[in-house]
Design a protein around this ligand. Structure first.
Ligand code: KIV
Length: 285
């Protein structure tokens, strides 16, 4: 599918027109190619790669260098899709200056179109500093996995009035800081929907209901590749883990039974070389 790369102003136009925006994570070249071919409008190279690709327990160990390598592969595979680099834990917590240096790396070394960082009011100076460097910023509030220790684990947020107020305050602060888009994770749909209507910037949901301007899912959940656990908000559109395991099991069996490879999978001697080869074998006998 030959498609045009959409940019921030297109996402604003789509919000105003009520057209939903599609967003999915990808971490590698083939998956990003599939996402672009499927018509995905945005790709997030999420720090969820820590769990989905590297097998870590969470996202905290993920480094800038890992993110850059995966962003490079994805950007090569999906040149006509808006690519977002996810700022990993430790890349923006220390100072505004560190945040700008690392956000800049995403653009210069990996060719992404925007960066995303977690947190609301507490990261406003970071967001402003990155914006001042001319980089498109996407906020991420609600359940913020990098600080799951502080918010009581991977738990939905905004489920009480007091907690909903905090999520709304974060959203308002992020828009006021100038961020171009916002992701709301694991928040009741009425809270996320209110935020989407209240803000002029596009607001995305991951586990925050259908009322937002767009949806994000983790590709490893969507295709059924990540099996450790499945959050409530995930819809599995395929069971790739089963497909892959079945294929691998069949391969194991066929190798053991010598039913693979067959003649069809072999290269044969070039015509006229057979007799010469028999002589060659004799030399070694
Ligand atoms: O890293 C990621 O994939 C994310 C999602 C959980 C929103 O940040």
């Amino acid at each position: 599918m030959n498609k045009k790369k959409l940019m921030v102003h297109d996402f604003f136009r789509m919000k105003q027109a009520g057209e939903k925006i599609t967003w999915l994570t990808s971490y590698d070249y083939p998956t990003a190619q599939f996402a672009e071919a499927a018509g995905m409008e945005m790709i997030l190279v999420g720090d969820s790669l820590g769990m989905c690709v590297y097998g870590y327990d969470g996202t905290v160990p993920v480094t800038m260098d890992q993110c850059i390598v995966h962003c490079e592969a994805v950007a090569r595979a999906a040149p006509n899709t808006f690519i977002v680099g996810d700022m990993p834990f430790g890349s923006y917590q220390v100072s505004d200056e560190a945040a700008v240096i690392n956000a800049t790396r995403f653009l210069k070394e990996a060719g992404v179109d925007a960066v995303k960082l977690e947190g609301g009011t507490r990261v406003i100076t970071r967001i402003k500093a990155i914006l001042d460097a001319g980089i498109v910023v996407i906020g991420h509030i609600g359940l913020t996995p990098q600080s799951s220790g502080q918010i009581g684990g991977h738990k939905a947020q905004g489920r009480t009035v007091a907690s909903a107020r905090l999520v709304i305050e974060d959203a308002l602060a992020i828009e006021a800081a100038g961020a171009q888009m916002l992701l709301v994770e694991a928040v009741p749909p009425e809270v996320a929907g209110f935020i989407a209507r209240k803000l002029t910037i596009p607001v995305f949901s991951i586990g925050a209901g259908a009322e937002c301007d767009g949806q994000l899912l983790i590709v490893s959940d969507l295709i059924g590749q990540f099996t450790a656990f499945t959050p409530k908000f995930v819809k599995k559109y395929a069971n790739v883990a089963e497909v892959i395991t079945t294929a691998m099991r069949a391969y194991v069996n066929e190798v053991k039974n010598v039913t693979f490879p067959t003649d069809a999978h072999c290269y044969h001697m070039i015509k006229g070389e057979e007799d010469g080869f028999k002589k060659l074998v004799k030399e070694y006998e």
